[in-house]
Ligand binder design. Structure first.
Ligand SMILES: [Zn+2]
Length: 433
């Protein structure tokens, strides 16, 4: 009987490749849509009020700074270290930022350390400067509203004219329903919607961000709704959404023949080349399989995985080495590094995502490596490429040992409680709630 099976597999292998099909998710986590919140004009309350509203759920946003408007550099650096994006909104906020494309980027990079530096831009007064200077410095640029704010899965028609709904008193986006309505449209379309906010009508100091103040509670309500619908909508930065779309459109995942029995091997590759980003944001992958327990690695690094509805899910980094999915149900006693070390249902950690809070980060290094708990309850690291990563539970036992790949990486999901994450020689204490 085994012989028959093997023959069939070989026959299939020779004619059409292994019957292993892997798909790349349209959005991270195979969600249906994405949304990005962007904040202009470096209001002090972006640091004191906006970031904490996002941090409550492990969500990340984009903050566009005007270099000459005295940003709270250390406050924004802490936000960058926690995964938020700090981007350019010019030096002087003139009518057109022409001539400040490169210099504003350099100035911000001199103050704010983040992977790839400053790689997106929002144009002051929504006027698009010269395309050559933009393309030499940024992967994408944001305008204001243009009637096409709810984009499709492949994003805008022009990466340097990415539209966003203007929020606040000048328009209709000043209550939670307006935000959730736009997010629902994005879900229906399978697409992406961006928002553009300045200061707030009711929270802290707006500084120079006086235009069209927004009710902070409208945004808080929108984030609460997004968290309740976290399986449908991905809340992420302008930068990450842009990288994800470009990588997904350019990437192929292909099964490799001839692996050991009980393993599947894949290559995930793209050939995007520019001098701004490596495009190593992890793409969400799923593989159809009836295996009950798996170990997934890429270039030898253990990846988080889960099994749900006949699929194996994991995130992998393009151009970062061979992906091996191993059936771990076979007798291999000591290694049990699939997604759930203690609980029974492998999708539980993703489903119970309603109240996740990262504790304050405790340590940084020159690379600004960091660790936090994301909106789905995953301990996530950034800027850890090539470093050893170890996760300990509250008893001090190692629950995950891997190495850093890509610009961002989910390294562990599991039972609620306190964990210590060691990346290289630095450590963070995190709480999965
Ligand atoms: Zn502005």
């Amino acid at each position: 009987m085994n012989y028959t099976k093997i023959s069939l597999a070989l026959a299939l292998g020779s004619t059409m490749g292994w019957a292993q099909t892997a798909e790349i998710g349209t959005w991270a986590g195979f969600r249906k849509a994405a949304t990005s919140f962007t904040f202009d004009d470096n209001a002090p309350n972006h640091v004191t009020h906006a970031a904490p509203a996002f941090d409550e759920y492990g969500y990340k946003a984009t903050f566009n700074l005007v270099v000459n408007w005295n940003p709270d550099w250390s406050g924004f650096q802490k936000m960058a270290d926690n995964g938020h994006e700090i981007a350019s909104h010019s030096n002087t906020h003139g009518q057109n930022m022409s001539g400040e494309e490169a210099s504003s980027k350099k100035s911000i990079e001199g103050k704010i350390k983040q992977k790839y530096g400053t790689i997106t831009v929002a144009y002051p007064n929504c006027n698009v400067p010269g395309m050559d200077a933009l393309k030499a410095n940024y992967i994408a640029g944001r305008i204001c509203g243009n009637g096409q704010e709810v984009m499709g899965k492949d994003g805008p028609s022009d990466w340097f004219r990415v539209p966003a709904h203007m929020t606040g008193t000048t328009g209709s986006f000043n209550n939670t329903n307006a935000f959730t309505g736009a997010m629902q449209q994005a879900i229906q379309k399978g697409g992406w919607v961006m928002f553009l906010t300045h200061g707030f009508s009711n929270a802290g100091n707006n500084g120079n961000a006086n235009y069209s103040p927004t009710d902070l509670n409208a945004i808080k309500g929108a984030l609460k709704w997004a968290n309740q619908n976290d399986k449908e909508i991905w809340v992420t930065t302008f930068r990450s959404a842009t990288m994800y779309i470009k990588e997904r459109k350019a990437s192929k995942i292909e099964a490799q023949d001839g692996g050991a029995e009980g393993t599947m091997t894949f290559e995930l590759k793209h050939n995007i080349a520019d001098n701004i980003s490596k495009y190593d944001y992890p793409l969400s992958i799923r593989v159809k399989s009836d295996w009950k327990k798996v170990e997934v690695t890429q270039d030898g690094a253990a990846l988080e995985s889960k099994i749900d509805g006949g699929y194996i899910y994991f995130d992998a980094v393009p151009n970062a080495g061979k992906i091996v999915v191993k059936n771990a149900d076979a007798p291999a006693p000591e290694s049990s590094s699939s997604a759930e070390p203690e609980s029974s249902s492998s999708s539980e950690a993703v489903e119970s995502s309603s109240s996740v809070t990262a504790l304050p980060i405790q340590a940084f290094d020159d690379r600004h490596t960091s660790a936090y708990v994301d909106a789905s309850g995953y301990i996530t690291v950034q800027n850890a490429q090539g470093l050893n990563i170890t996760v300990f539970n509250s008893l001090g036992n190692v629950v995950r040992s891997t190495k850093g790949i890509g610009c961002e990486q989910k390294v562990f999901s599991g039972a609620k409680g306190m964990y210590v994450v060691k990346i290289g020689s630095k450590a963070w204490t995190l709480n999965i709630k």
